[in-house]
Design a binder for this molecule. Structure first.
Ligand code: CO8
Length: 259
């Protein structure tokens, strides 16, 4: 497959795929064609048994500086409604495999929202996370008002969203938005290493654990605990559960097959 706005490596390491957003001159502003390529490829990767974890990055200067303002500027509410761009974002939300965002430079507006749709975030020291939509007359539209407060709390989220002021990588780490901060030359490799570590885990358990953690943001504790328990029971139907527990008892390394 050839793409115009993304660069894809299905096997940057065994079982680890990498997608790089590739509109460097526009700071990886997310136009609908790029989102189409990204979500189409993610869907394929979700189906590909060889892929167990995905790393999503931009380049050093920008993860993504938001949705493409030029594409949106003259649209009417009805144009926006008809274009139904958010169905693309929904596809990312429904990804079963873990996605690790590798963020350097700007992660603004839709770029910050895209990073927050991922399951883990590795950032370079230069990363800036922000929801500056208010500065151009709108507000976050791809989950920012919901995921940001869940990640960093009300106080920081309100300030970021109502003033458009971004936070830097250290602030994002302290606030709990991201997993780690590394020097800029290491951000991609660090994200890949994290993906490798996850790809070595039993894939069914990874998938059900991801689903269960995400459930924590959507249900009551009671329902979430029920959901977790069912997924826990379900894993006893997998070969990897038998292999993992037997390997522990036999004091050897497990060989997980994703079955
Ligand atoms: N859209 C389109 N083009 C952009 C965007 C963008 N979001 N961001 C940067 N660019 C372009 C610039 O226009 C410029 O192009 P050109 O060279 O042709 O003039 C090029 O990228 C480089 O940018 P700058 O010259 O501005 O670079 P600076 O280093 O001076 O500034 C900034 C970098 C601070 C990141 C600045 O570019 C900026 O403020 N960008 C806009 C950030 C922003 O407002 N993002 C939010 C957009 S709205 C949004 O994301 C809503 C999401 C809702 C969901 C969407 C579903 C469809």
């Amino acid at each position: 497959m050839s793409f115009e706005f993304i660069v894809v490596n299905r096997q940057v390491r065994p079982h680890v795929a990498h997608i790089r957003l590739n509109r460097p001159k526009e700071l990886n502003a997310l136009n609908s064609a790029m989102m189409g390529e990204l979500t189409g490829e993610l869907k394929e990767m979700d189906r590909d048994p060889e892929v167990r974890a995905v790393v999503l990055s931009g380049d050093e200067r920008a993860f993504a500086a938001g949705a493409d303002i030029r594409e949106m500027a003259e649209r009417s509410a009805i144009d926006m409604y008809r274009a139904d761009l958010f169905s693309q974002w929904e596809l990312i939300r429904r990804m079963k495999k873990p996605i690790i965002a590798a963020v350097s430079g700007f992660a603004l507006g839709g770029g910050c929202e895209l990073a927050m749709l991922c399951d883990l975030i590795v950032a370079s020291e230069t990363a800036r996370f922000g929801q500056p939509e208010i500065l151009i007359g709108v507000m976050p539209g791809a989950g920012g008002t919901q995921r940001l407060p869940r990640a960093v709390g009300k106080a920081i989220a309100m300030e970021m969203i109502l003033t458009g002021t971004p936070i830097n990588a250290e602030q994002a780490l302290a606030a709990g938005l991201i997993n780690r901060v590394v020097p800029v030359e290491l951000f991609l490799e660090e994200a890949i290493q994290l993906a490798v570590k996850i790809s070595e885990m039993p894939p069914l358990a990874v998938r059900l654990a991801k689903e269960s953690v995400l459930k924590a943001f959507e249900t009551s504790l009671e329902e979430g605990l029920q959901y977790e328990r069912k997924n826990f029971y379900l894993l006893f139907a997998s070969g990897d559960q038998k292999e993992g527990m037997r390997a522990f008892i036999e004091k050897r390394k497990p060989r997980f097959k994703g079955e």
